[in-house]
Design a protein around this ligand. Structure first.
Ligand code: ADP
Ligand code: NI
Length: 215
């Protein structure tokens, strides 16, 4: 099993070499480690969890032209090429498919414990200290201001809209990051999200205090 994982790590590192910072190898590595942590308690199929975590954003770099099947295809071809069984490969492909944009619109109906684990791990990387750093990195890349008290939070944006909005980065906390805690599926994921969520609330308190010259 370790040979399969090592080969997959290599493949992902090479494939994501030019990915943007939100979905680079280090994002994958964090999701991989977090998925392992969750899986200690949840006891899903270890190989499926690890492969899916490693391959979940495989089409997020130069390959992605909005085609939802590119990720599962690249992952499937790779797993076959290194001799992974058909049932494991199909399961990993279903997980990748379900983490994609279309899945968030409710088009796909696949459920598994391993999907829940990898999805929780991916969402956990958008909150807490890392999530804050990623949000401001994204905001900077898009030339957003940190905060503007005059610009209101909009809870009714589609995924495309919130990516293209010109709203301040702080709005993204209310539009997405603070909502993720309640979307966690596994008990272990919920426990980790609770801590990271509280860290963001504390961060926001400090942010407003400093904004107003109070601390
Ligand atoms: P994922 O692939 O994890 O679903 P996205 O592609 O939506 O995530 O976003 C990648 C990272 O960029 C996440 O950490 C997310 O919070 C951040 N991000 C996305 N949209 C915004 C935004 N409008 N403002 C600030 N950060 C954003
Ligand atoms: Ni991801």
């Amino acid at each position: 099993m370790q040979a399969i994982i090592d080969q997959t790590i290599n493949f992902v590192k090479i494939t994501l070499a030019n990915a943007e910072t939100g979905h680079d190898w280090f994002h994958i590595e964090r999701v991989y480690k977090t998925a392992q942590t969750i899986n200690i308690l949840e006891k899903g199929n270890k190989l499926v969890v690890e492969l899916a975590a490693l391959l979940h954003d495989i089409a997020d770099s130069k390959f992605n032209n909005g085609d939802e099947e590119i990720g599962p295809k690249i992952a499937g071809d790779f797993l076959k090429s290194i001799g992974v069984s058909a049932d494991i490969t199909l399961h990993v492909q279903e997980i990748i498919r379900n983490l994609s944009y279309k899945a968030s619109l409710g088009v796909i109906n696949f459920k598994s414990k391993e999907l829940d684990i990898v999805q929780d791990a991916d969402r956990l990387d958008a909150i807490g200290a890392i999530g804050i750093a990623r949000a401001f990195t994204y905001g900077g890349y898009k030339n957003r201001v940190l905060y503007d008290p005059a610009i209101e939070v909009n809870l009714n944006m589609s995924k495309e809209e919130y990516k293209n909005t010109t709203a301040p980065t702080l709005n993204h906390f209310y539009e997405k990051l603070l909502l993720l805690k309640d979307l966690m599926k596994t008990d272990a994921g919920k426990a980790m999200a609770t801590q990271r969520h509280q860290f963001m609330l504390d961060y926001l308190d400090q942010f407003y205090a400093e904004w107003n010259g109070k601390k």
